[in-house]
Design a protein around this ligand. Sequence first.
Ligand SMILES: *Cc1c(COP(=O)(O)O)cnc(C)c1O
Length: 382
Amino acid sequence: MPKPSQPNGSPTRLVRPLVRRLHAYVPGEQPKVKGLVKLNTNENPYPPSPKVLSAVAAAVDGRLRLYPDPTAHPLREQLARLHGCSPDHLIIGNGSDELLALGVRAFVEPQPSGGNLPKAPSRHRVQYFSPSYSLYPVLAETHGAIIHPVPLMEDFSLPPVSDLRSGRRWDFKAALTFITTPNAPSGRGFPTRDLDSLCAAMKGVVVLDEAYVDFAEENALELCLRHPHVIVSRTFSKAYSLCFQRVGYWVGHPELIAALHRIRDSYNVNGLGQLAAQATLGDLPYYRRNFRKVIATRTRLARELTGLGWQVLPSQTNFLLARPPGPPARQWLEALRDRKILVRWFSTPGLEAFLRITIGTDQEMDTLLTTVRSLFRPTPDR
Ligand SMILES: *Cc1c(COP(=O)(O)O)cnc(C)c1O
């Protein structure tokens, strides 16, 4: 083999300085170990509806040579009927993650230097709660935007409205604000009433990321139909058991949605994903039964862990954030991992004492509880 020529040193120098400095998003691990109880990435424990599986199987033929519908029009029509809006209010993404990235690119002006100037104007800013979805800062920094995290209260609830009025923590003019609701990784839901006042105070675009909303008591869809600067983000991944297919969507004012269509890839959503999402909407009662099952299991797990001395936060999602008793959470993570149970631990300040546990099947929760009991016994006087 010829020796590669390297006249000017390492090729790393060919990468943009901003990209060289970036920290990539760290997803939960996906090991292929037999008998693993996987409670680390908030996947749904129940399979997609049989109708979805047969729709996908039936489409796997010579048609794979064709490009899919470029705007996912049939799926957008179905979603428009479901949400009482028009297809112009909708864009489908390769997972909602793609749309989050498109939103940053469409609404936030990157800094000319790509650096992080402390006094930079709001048009360069991406605002979000801390802690919330850890992808937001990655997307902002990739774009050369400025991150503006707004700390939640210690119990992960919203800062008081007085704070909001004074603007002590908020940048009302931030180009883009991401609000995860219900929030991750806390699991807490935010009342639509409070979100409404928050949205009303913001001058830039507000994205309500409702990835977990089907497990919650309320949703804020009405806000994106009422406020022209508010967008609601949904996904088929979590509640609709379709992570593998990568389909998410945004609902918002047609002019904002048109801006996103302008910058997306021509065929951003794969054909099988579109079909699977369409078949999903054709069998919603199946999924609603699963939501009820997940919620019932969540209630039981919260009760049982509380009985074992864990501090469990109230959850409106398909996971629990819980603080184990005794040894540090990180040690629990490893002890559970040794026993083939995967949960998630975050090194983020304020979260180190907690584990995030995805709600699995009742059987998986029994395995978890049996293991937890065997690992640590609270002392009798606790
Ligand atoms: C999982 C998740 C998403 C992304 O889901 P996709 O699979 O990309 O649709 C977005 N936001 C939050 C808060 C999530 O937890």
